[in-house]
Structure formats: C-alpha cells, structure tokens
Design a binder for this molecule. Structure first.
Ligand code: NAD
Length: 260
C-alpha cells in the first residue's frame, strides 16, 4: 500500500518548481492533490501528468493572498474529497528587487501578501478540517529567512521568509494539541523558474551566492543549485507518518549554502 494512500494534500504554487515536483511526488505516494495556483494552464498540465500515472488531482485557480478565494479553494477540496490531511504552503515570489528607499508600499504589500499572508491563510483554513484527526502542514520559507540575502534589494522577500518561520513555529505550538504538525523548510538555491525575471545574469548570481573556495580552488556545491525533486523528498517525509514526532522545526535543504 502506498504510504499516503487515502490522504488529501493541498499544494500551493503547485504548477511550477518545488510545488510541482512535490505535487507529483506526493501523488506517486498515493495522495490526492489539489493544485492551488494562479497559473491555471500550467496547473492543468501538472494535473494531466499526475493522471497519467493513475493519480488524482484538481486545480483551483487561486491567488493565495486572497482571503476569500483561499477559503473557497479549501471548501472546493472538501466538496471534492471530504478531507484535508496535508497542506504544503509553498507559493511564493521574489517580488520587486529594489533598495529600500525605492521600494513602494505596493511592492512591499505584494511580496508580503503573496509569501506571508498566504501562509497565514493556508494554515488558518486548514484548521477546521484537521482539528479532529490531525494533519501535516509544511511551509516553504528560505535560508534567506534566517540570515541576510546576499543581494541587496531583497528586504521584503527576506522579511516575508523570516515571518514564515516565526508564524510556523507559533502555529506548531498552538496546533500540537490537535495533532496538527507544522514544519518549515528552508531551501537554498533551487533550480526553478523563480529567479527568471529577478536575476537574469545567472553567472553574477552564482558569484554572490557561493563566495568561498576550497584550498584547491574548487567551490562548495560546484556552483550547483539543488533540484526541486530533492526538496520534494523532504516534503514527502514531513507529510508522512515517518515524521510523526517532528513539529515546529525549521529544516535547511541547501547543500551547505547557509554555512558559507
Ligand atoms: P516557481 O516560480 O517555480 O514556483 C512558484 C509557484 O507559485 C508558481 O507556480 C506560481 O504560479 C505560484 N504563485 C506565485 N504567486 C502566486 C499567487 N499569488 N497565488 C497562487 N500561486 C502563486 O518558484 P519556486 O522556486 O518553486 O518557489 C516555491 C517556493 O520556494 C517559494 O515560496 C520560494 O520563495 C521558495 N524558495 C525558492 C528557492 C529557489 O531558489 N528556487 C529558494 C528558497 C525558497
């Protein structure tokens, strides 16, 4: 029997990168998947990919920062499958990369809304459906939520990611009494679409991200970003009963990047 057979998982940002890889990995382990994403067309492709190996998925076309849409989305999942066991609160953007003095309130609100308010909404709307039977919630923060981002212009992003860590821990403490676990994952650089518009010069970015060299001149990670599938393995572990005594943790998945 598949380890997540009979479970229902909500995956926000499930149409690309870490969310897509995790949705597919969770489905392969038997979970039914609700893809909650702005990009309906891409989400439909992931749904198709899941159905091709016999999995089940639905798409809810949702802006994760929108309170009403998030509530409707969760109700749509309940209507479809009658339960929610796993929530992967993962959708996120880098947002506008600007020095603080040039950052507008709208830029700030967009980044904080997409990354942090969405996390609050993802957890809040899960509680009524998990209270009686427990569940697992996983939040995608970043190594840059616990240290400074090595690029200027990322103040709003780092603030949102730090907020996710704080909120995730508070939620873990508050919800442990219902056997709802909440864990926070902190990826380093992962090869996804997130940086496409933000950091067009990938070579420059690498120089900033991995500044030290071993005595023989080589560099940690050989400048390689992680793969979304590697993060998906961690998401599957935290979703399953194999991690039943783990809650409120913040797990780095960065191949040593945060140690540099
Ligand atoms: P990605 O751009 O490949 O995927 C992000 C997904 O979120 C997309 O499907 C996008 O449509 C969706 N999304 C964006 N705004 C949304 C909104 N308002 N409502 C609904 N969906 C929305 O990026 P990714 O790298 O897979 O990012 C996933 C998470 O991982 C983010 O929270 C990001 O901050 C975090 N993260 C990524 C990295 C990295 O290097 N890629 C590192 C650390 C943390």
């Amino acid at each position: 029997k598949q380890p997540l057979y009979g479970k229902v998982a909500i995956v926000t940002g499930g149409s690309s990168g870490i969310g897509k890889a995790s949705a597919i990995a969770l489905a392969k382990k038997g979970a039914k998947i609700a893809l909650v994403d702005l990009k309906e067309e891409n989400a439909d492709k992931v749904k198709k990919e899941i159905s091709e190996f016999g999995g089940e998925a639905i798409v809810t076309d949702t802006d994760v920062s929108d309170t009403n849409r998030m509530e409707e989305s969760y109700l749509q999942v309940i209507k479809q499958w009658g339960r929610i066991d796993i929530v992967f609160a993962n959708a996120g953007i880098n947002g506008k990369v600007e020095p603080i003095e040039d950052l507008t309130t709208d830029d700030w609100d967009q980044t904080l809304g997409t990354n942090l308010r969405s996390t609050f909404l993802s957890v809040k709307h899960a509680i009524p459906h998990m209270k009686d039977k427990g569940g697992s919630i996983i939040i995608t923060s970043s190594i840059n939520g616990t240290r400074t981002f090595k690029n200027f212009g990322m103040a709003a992003y780092s603030t949102s990611k730090a907020g996710q860590v704080a909120f995730g821990k508070m939620a873990a403490l508050e919800l442990a009494r219902y056997r709802i676990r909440v864990n926070i994952i902190c990826p380093g650089a992962i090869d996804t679409n997130i940086g496409e518009n933000t950091f067009p010069d990938k070579e420059e970015l690498k120089k900033i991200q991995i500044p030290i060299k071993y005595p023989d001149g080589s560099q940690p990670l050989e400048h390689k970003a992680g793969k979304p599938e590697q993060v998906a393995d961690l998401v599957c572990f935290l979703s399953s009963d194999s991690s039943s005594h783990i809650t409120g943790t913040q797990i780095f998945i960065d191949g040593a990047e945060s140690l540099l």
